[in-house]
Design a protein around this ligand. Structure first.
Ligand SMILES: NC(=O)c1ccc[n+]([C@@H]2O[C@H](COP(=O)([O-])OP(=O)(O)OC[C@H]3O[C@@H](n4cnc5c(N)ncnc54)[C@H](OP(=O)(O)O)[C@@H]3O)[C@@H](O)[C@H]2O)c1
Length: 260
């Protein structure tokens, strides 16, 4: 009996995640990492619901391939989130993957007078509260479908913070721990976390060195996803985590000093 249980669980865990024939909702699909995830999963023959605020870019995405459906939604607005959830419940009950990628970062400190409470609220809502709300609202749909997964995008800054963007670092640490706890709660729906280093996107325009391309990130992620590796440390984040394990003080010193 116990052996059966262990074997069934082992079998469930070693079944590869399917990279095709999924229906995937991607937030922040209009730019950077989200755009690359959208194009890649589309090429792999999945149906995509691309979410963002920029109408022109959403229209472009929908024209790019008929497997992409776009939906305009500001994830920080409760009424717009409600509309998105109602749309999924009515039209896309077969949704089996949710990718929470939308994010913003203010490259500022609390001493900067232009870093207003409104900006702080927006940053927390976009990066932390909205993904949690969306997961909570769509969990029953995901549970009802097979090969289902939630993918949250955090950051290397969730592991070791930098001096600037303290609120951003806190939101990413929040989504990191949330993802881990949620993984313990859910059995049927797999919970993945992409932990990127510096990536060359609009978010990092004009700052930082040694950035990787969104394509490289998605290459690494899709391999990990297929093989059920839930916490996906991308590129330099692997090294950061090793340094942090050996000497948290050295990791802190490295990251504190970075100016991007
Ligand atoms: N780039 C990096 O170095 C890096 C490193 C670590 C983690 N990350 C994370 O990776 C994710 C993607 O970032 P990126 O670098 O690809 O940035 P990006 O190019 O600036 O893209 C951000 C995306 O988020 C969407 N978005 C922002 N606010 C939104 C809102 N209120 N409602 C709906 N969509 C919203 C934007 O779409 P619209 O403008 O159309 O709304 C855009 O598609 C973020 O979570 C970010 O924190 C990035």
């Amino acid at each position: 009996m116990v052996l059966d249980f262990i074997l069934v669980n082992f079998a469930l865990n070693i079944t590869n995640m399917k990279l095709n024939n999924n229906k995937i909702l991607i937030t922040g699909a209009t730019s950077g990492i989200g755009r690359e995830l959208t194009e890649r999963f589309c090429k792999l023959d999945n149906q995509i619901i691309a979410v963002g605020r920029n109408e022109t870019r959403l229209e472009e995405l929908a024209k790019f391939d008929k497997r992409i459906t776009s939906f305009k939604c500001n994830v920080t607005s409760q009424s717009e989130l409600d509309r998105l959830v109602a749309y999924i419940n009515q039209e896309h009950k077969d949704l089996n993957v949710l990718i929470n990628n939308a994010g913003i970062q203010y490259d500022q400190t609390l001493l900067d007078e232009t870093y207003t409470l409104q900006k702080i609220e927006n940053e927390i809502s976009t990066n932390l509260t909205s993904p949690i709300k969306l997961i909570t609202s769509l969990i029953s749909v995901l549970q009802n479908n097979s090969n289902s997964a939630i993918v949250n995008v955090s950051s290397g800054l969730a592991i070791v913070p930098k001096a600037k963007s303290a609120v951003y670092c806190a939101t990413k640490a929040g989504i990191h721990i949330f993802s881990k706890s949620l993984r313990y709660q859910l059995e049927k729906v797999k919970v993945f976390e992409i932990i990127p280093p510096l990536v060359d996107t609009e978010m990092t325009k004009g700052r930082g060195k040694g950035k990787i391309s969104p394509q490289r990130l998605v290459d690494e992620f899709t391999k990990a996803y297929k093989n059920n590796r839930y916490e996906v440390n991308i590129h330099k984040v692997k090294l950061l985590r090793i340094i942090n394990r050996i000497s948290p003080k050295i990791a802190d010193r490295i990251m504190k000093g970075i100016t991007v």
